[in-house]
Structures are given as structure tokens and as C-alpha cells.
Design a binder for this molecule. Structure first.
Ligand code: ADP
Ligand code: 5GP
Length: 215
């Protein structure tokens, strides 16, 4: 029997929703999924380490890599470039491990187009007010950067239609549990179970007018 090939799981959300918080906990709790380390031209934030949070590269180096076809997907976000290296991803999947890609929605759309093996999870903030509170409360971005990210969030929410699953990050531990339910079901060939509970349409219906208020 051939070795199992891993599954690429994409997690996207408007900035500030809690992607990093959720993904960190999912990866810490599960040795069979590896966090994909992206390339970016943005400067490191305090505490971020090269090669572990991101591969921090110059604009010139990023463009060279893009031209060489090194990225599975890449996009500009907030004036910086971000991309997923395809070599690293495929090597991990070939080892039978799953990969968690924490990326913004333009990149997720490219993966939707090009990778039939990928499963896409959209994280939703509980409300617009809470999204703003989290973005400002994180304290990592200047107020004008936060304003830009909030304005972008409106458009990013429209991309939910491309995703397989939707999960509301209200209570962090619950959101982590729900992401792990999706992972487990997909691995075990029980996607129908996961879709019945966390499928995008099911969740949107559950939210009803609450989703419209997010936009
Ligand atoms: P993202 O990666 O989507 O930009 P972060 O994971 O950096 O978001 O989270 C943004 C801020 O919100 C952080 O300060 C984080 O601690 C906080 N946060 C994340 N999830 C929750 C939650 N469920 N409840 C309250 N605060 C949260
Ligand atoms: P931040 O600057 O807050 O780390 O990231 C900004 C946005 O870029 C986030 O939504 C983050 O998920 C996204 N991002 C990080 N890495 C990648 C990547 O490789 N590709 C794409 N398309 N987006 C990414």
C-alpha cells in the first residue's frame, strides 16, 4: 500500500479574526499537521522570527522567486507581498503530513482554482465591533493600518462563497475544536459529516442576518 498523501488545509479570514491564534493551537495540538511558512516582503514584527513565522525577503527576491515559479499562490496585501512556496508544501504532503496554510483570500482563491486536493476553511469574527476591538487590541499595527484592514474586511467576507467550511471564532477554544473536527472528518473520509455541521451554506443559514451585519 502506498503511503498516505497529506491534505492541504487553507484557513482564511479578515485580519484580526484570530487566524494566527486558532492555527497555532491547532498545530500545537496535532503533530500530523505542519504550519506552512510563507514568504513575505513585510518587515518582521516584534518577536517574529525569520524561517519560523515567515521567510522575510526583499521585494526583489520575492519577485525573482515568483518569476521562477516558486509559489503555489501569492498576493499583495496591505502594500506587501505574501506567497506560499510550492516546494516546501509538496515535500511535506509527500511525507504523509497535512499542511495548514494561513493565508488571505486572494491566495485562497488561487488555491481553490489550482488544487483539487485542498480543503478551505473560512473563519468569521463574531461581529464587526469585535473584529475592530481585536485588531486595535492586538497593538501590532498603526491605527491607519488597522483602518485599511477593516475596510478590506468588508470585501474579504464576500470570498466566503469559495470556501468549503465556515467557523465563527467567538470562543477561541470552541473554534479550535471545530477546526479539528473538520480536519479529523476529512482525514477519515467523513467529509459529509463535517459539511453537515460546518459546511459554508449550513453556517451561513445558521447565522442569518448576523452575517449581513458583518459586512
Ligand atoms: P489574525 O491572525 O486573523 O489577524 P490574531 O490571531 O492575531 O488574528 O488575533 C487578533 C487578536 O484577537 C489577538 O490579539 C488575539 O489574541 C485576539 N483573539 C483571537 N481570537 C480571539 C477570541 N476568540 N476571543 C478574543 N480574542 C481573540
Ligand atoms: P500579516 O501581515 O498580518 O502577518 O498577514 C497579512 C495577511 O496576509 C493575513 O491575512 C495572512 O493570513 C496573509 N498571508 C500570510 N501568508 C500568506 C501567503 O503565503 N499567501 C497569501 N496569499 N496570504 C498570506
Amino acid at each position: 500500500m502506498g503511503q498516505r498523501r497529506g491534505i492541504p488545509f487553507v484557513i482564511s479570514a479578515p485580519s484580526g479574526t484570530g487566524k494566527t491564534s486558532v492555527c497555532r493551537r491547532v498545530v500545537d495540538a496535532d503533530p500530523l499537521i505542519i504550519h506552512s511558512v510563507s514568504h513575505t516582503t513585510r518587515a518582521p514584527r516584534a518577536g517574529e522570527r525569520d524561517g519560523s513565522d515567515y521567510h522575510f525577503v526583499s521585494d526583489k527576491e520575492f519577485r525573482r522567486l515568483a518569476e521562477a515559479g516558486a509559489f503555489l499562490e501569492y498576493a499583495e496585501y496591505g502594500g506587501h507581498l505574501y506567497g506560499t512556496g510550492s516546494g516546501e508544501l509538496d515535500a511535506t504532503l509527500a511525507r504523509g503530513l497535512d499542511v495548514l496554510l494561513e493565508i488571505e483570500v486572494q491566495g485562497a482563491a488561487q488555491i481553490r482554482e489550482g488544487r483539487a486536493d485542498a480543503r478551505l476553511v473560512f473563519l468569521l469574527p463574531p461581529s464587526r465591533e469585535e473584529l475592530e476591538r481585536r485588531l486595535r487590541g492586538r497593538g501590532t499595527d498603526a491605527p491607519e493600518v488597522v483602518d485599511r484592514r477593516l475596510a478590506l474586511a468588508r470585501r474579504e467576507l464576500e470570498a466566503i462563497r469559495l470556501f468549503d467550511y465556515a467557523i465563527v471564532n467567538d470562543d477561541l477554544e470552541l473554534a479550535v475544536t471545530q477546526v479539528r473536527e473538520v480536519l479529523a472528518a476529512e482525514r477519515e473520509g467523513r467529509a459529509a459529516d463535517a459539511r453537515a455541521r460546518h459546511g459554508r451554506e449550513v453556517v451561513l443559514q445558521r447565522l442569518g442576518p448576523r452575517f449581513d451585519k458583518l459586512r
